[in-house]
Design a protein around this ligand. Structure first.
Ligand code: CAA
Length: 290
């Protein structure tokens, strides 16, 4: 396909905002689309504040900040995705939501546009099957926080063609990311390894092996991880961790992936992590641990 210049990002939550930021900083025009226009606008304002922090740290100039922000257009109407050469969906981790979005994307985007999903566990082949172009549907799985994390996992569905794969890898490189290719098997590489770690940390807490802090400090310092698994689950969102654990459990059919009852309970209580102000830890309005 011709050079990718305009990208659509669906979902203005923490992942969508991060993807919009790296795309705008790489010089692409970005349509940041959310079902709720106010959410898309507020997310763009928040992205502006993230760019301000980069200016304050002298990582980018004020001109680069202004130019990057001007490339982002917050929208809520799918028709505004018409100019996009590439779309990345970063909606909540629910199959019904993703299938509905990709069905709509088939109708509103150019036929040559590549349709990518940031899903962390749902089948790319299944998502592709609800579109008019399964060969142009691919997984582009960013890590949280997107502007900081170097990796993008690229996942080919069964029908995904080589041109789509190569264009997606090239786009990730424009974002200054390193890519790995993963097969379209639930959880791909990163979450196949990470979610059992987080779930096991929840079981450790559930069984009283240690306090939240003991478990996190134990893994952080004992294994030299940048943060403990419970703290990391708060960053990812406990609802997202549970959704991925459920996909691993159901799709792989092995009880070793069963989600910990404590994780389910936290989600039922609305203690979804940093974004909710409470998860395994509590957070202030700036997202700092209280
Ligand atoms: N957005 C943008 N930048 C951020 C950020 C955010 N949310 N959080 C931290 N940063 C930046 C900081 O500004 C800082 O930048 P400088 O070095 O330029 O000053 C840098 O990252 C380091 O931050 P801090 O000094 O505040 O804190 P830290 O050293 O503890 O790092 C961290 C924070 C980067 C989050 C680090 O703890 C880390 O790497 N944690 C692990 C994150 C991880 O594993 N992510 C993958 C999750 S799995 C996933 O996303 C896949 C999935 O499907 C679930």
């Amino acid at each position: 396909m011709a050079d990718i210049q305009t990208i659509g990002v669906i979902g203005a939550g923490q992942m969508g905002r991060g993807i919009a930021q790296v795309a705008a900083q790489a010089g692409l025009d970005v349509v940041l689309l959310d079902a709720n226009l106010e959410m898309a606008q507020k997310s763009t304002e928040r992205l502006g504040r993230a760019l301000d922090r980069l200016v304050a740290k002298e990582k980018i100039t004020i001109e680069e900040r202004t130019e990057a922000l001007a490339r982002i257009t917050p929208r809520s109407d799918y028709k505004d995705l018409a100019p996009c050469d590439f779309v990345v969906e970063a909606a909540p981790e629910r199959e019904d939501i993703k299938l509905e979005i990709f069905t709509k994307l088939s109708e509103v985007t150019k036929k040559e546009a590549i349709l990518a999903s940031n899903t962390s566990s749902i089948s790319i082949t299944k998502i592709g099957a609800c579109t008019d172009r399964p060969e142009k549907v691919i997984g582009m799985h960013f890590m949280n926080p997107v502007p900081v994390m170097k990796l993008v996992e690229i996942v080919r569905g069964l029908p995904t063609d080589d041109a789509t794969f190569e264009a997606t890898v090239a786009l990730a490189k424009r974002f200054n990311k390193t890519t790995v290719a993963a097969r379209d098997i639930p959880g791909f590489i990163v979450n196949r390894v990470l979610i059992p770690l987080i779930n096991e940390a929840c079981f450790a807490l559930y069984e009283g092996l240690g306090t939240v802090e003991d478990i996190d400090v134990g893994v952080k310092l004992g294994l030299n991880h940048p943060m403990g698994p419970l703290e990391l689950s708060d960053l990812i969102g406990l609802d997202t961790c549970l959704a991925i654990a459920n996909v691993l459990h159901t799709e792989l059919g092995d009880d070793k992936y069963r989600p910990c009852p404590l994780l389910k309970q936290h989600v039922a209580a609305g203690w979804l992590g940093r974004k909710a102000g409470r998860g395994f830890y509590t957070y202030d309005a700036q997202g700092k641990k209280a």
